[in-house]
Write a protein that binds this ligand. Structure first.
Ligand SMILES: [Zn+2]
Length: 392
């Protein structure tokens, strides 16, 4: 009996030693594997630091084939390439991650989302659309995929699909896209106006105003159309509504509003409005428009005097430019040889030529003219007139 227990004891000790030895062997193998991975990983990083991105990407692709543990860093590396504008490399890297055998589904969908964004950056919109649609269908990364899909439709100028996708995105993410949806409707309205379908255009403008009741752009399109149709009173009402929504774009249409008032011989009413508006509006445009009106009714000298007075409270290069133009016009009548104002006016003009009048409040992109969608960061309604000494 004792021998029997001794035998069991020996067997147990043997098993324990075997298990421990096996554990030790697995640990050693893991350490060796990690060493190999770390070595390759740092080799790749070194290539990156040495700016040899081609060699770096080859190392990372080899890593992707051999292990799933490097998934996240490589995904991030691919995203980095995309941001750097090296879209080909981003696609190559993300493609290698996706094609890896036995890649867990959560990783595959994450890489699909990244590759969709690569395709978008490369301008391969059809391919991006396919990937984002697949992700939406299988309910993986739904909010991100819907948001990106909406971006694809915007680039394709498929505004109907952009509206539908934005509405779906609002539902799943809880984030509002009213501003964007209103702009998509304005784009559709502009398209309808190009094909002379005013009824359809008005229905899109109504839709824009129903999602964003203070959509300045929709009101300004209405005002412009009334003006073109010589419906002056309706145009005036629409321009004033736009000012009430947000007067930040006033510099874009004060002259048009002035023309409408002139056409119904109500210049005095508009002058009265401008005199009040000057006190609340921070830019120089109402001063410039009013000065032109004073010039017509009361003459150059009266206009000059008005601008001079206004510039004390609102120092502005554009105001100075008008003052110089008025002075030049005035002085030419009396002294034809006077070039003083001309030189100054040319100088000021050159200064104004180089300055952007509008800037995107999201990315800082500067532009000479107004854009409803920022050409750089693609945000809607973020480009606004610049207020300051040398601008509005
Ligand atoms: Zn921008």
């Amino acid at each position: 009996m004792i021998e029997f227990f001794a035998l069991i004891l020996v067997a147990l000790v043997g098993i324990m030693v075997g298990i421990n030895f096996n554990k030790y062997r697995i640990q050693r193998e893991n350490i060796k594997r990690l060493d190999r991975l770390n070595h390759s990983y740092f080799k790749g990083l070194n290539y990156l630091l040495d700016d040899d991105s081609d060699k770096a990407i080859d190392v990372f692709i080899e890593l992707a084939k051999s292990s799933s543990e490097t998934f996240e860093p490589q995904l991030a590396l691919g995203n980095l390439y995309r941001r750097k504008g090296e879209v080909d490399k981003a696609i190559k890297l993300h493609q290698s991650l996706i094609s890896k055998p036995n890649l867990p589904e959560k990783y595959r969908t994450k890489a699909l989302l990244a590759m969709g964004k690569d395709y978008m950056s490369a301008g391969l919109l059809d391919r991006a659309e396919v990937l984002f649609t697949e992700l939406v269908e299988i309910e993986a990364y739904t909010p991100e995929a819907l948001f990106s899909l909406c971006e694809v439709y915007q680039q394709e100028q498929d505004w109907i699909e952009a509206i539908n996708t934005a509405a779906r995105y609002e539902k799943v993410s809880g984030r509002k896209m009213r501003n964007e949806i209103a702009h998509f409707n304005c784009e559709l309205a502009e398209k309808s106006l190009q094909s002379k379908n005013t009824k359809k255009a008005q229905s899109y403008l109504n839709a824009a105003l129903s999602v964003n009741p203070k959509c300045v752009r929709a009101k300004l399109i209405e005002a412009r159309e009334f003006k073109q149709a010589k419906k002056w009173k309706k145009a005036i009402a629409a321009y004033h509504q736009a000012l009430e929504f947000d007067d930040i774009y006033a510099s874009e249409y004060l002259q048009d509003l002035s023309n409408c008032y002139q056409n119904i011989n109500k210049c005095d009413d508009f002058k009265k409005f401008l005199l009040e508006f000057i006190n609340t509006y921070q830019g120089i445009s109402p001063v410039l428009v009013l000065a032109q009106m004073i010039k017509k009714t009361d003459g150059i000298q009266a206009a000059e005097k008005f601008v001079e007075e206004q510039l004390i409270n609102k120092p502005s290069v554009r105001g100075l430019d008008l003052l110089l133009k008025l002075s030049l016009e005035n002085s030419k009548k009396e002294d034809k040889e006077s070039t003083k104002f001309e030189v100054l006016e040319q100088l000021v003009n050159k200064l104004l030529e180089k300055k952007p009048n509008h800037r995107c409040r999201k990315c800082g992109f500067g532009a000479k003219k107004m854009h409803w969608q920022c050409p750089s960061c693609k945000s809607w309604g973020s480009v606004k007139p610049i207020y300051g000494l040398e601008t509005e």
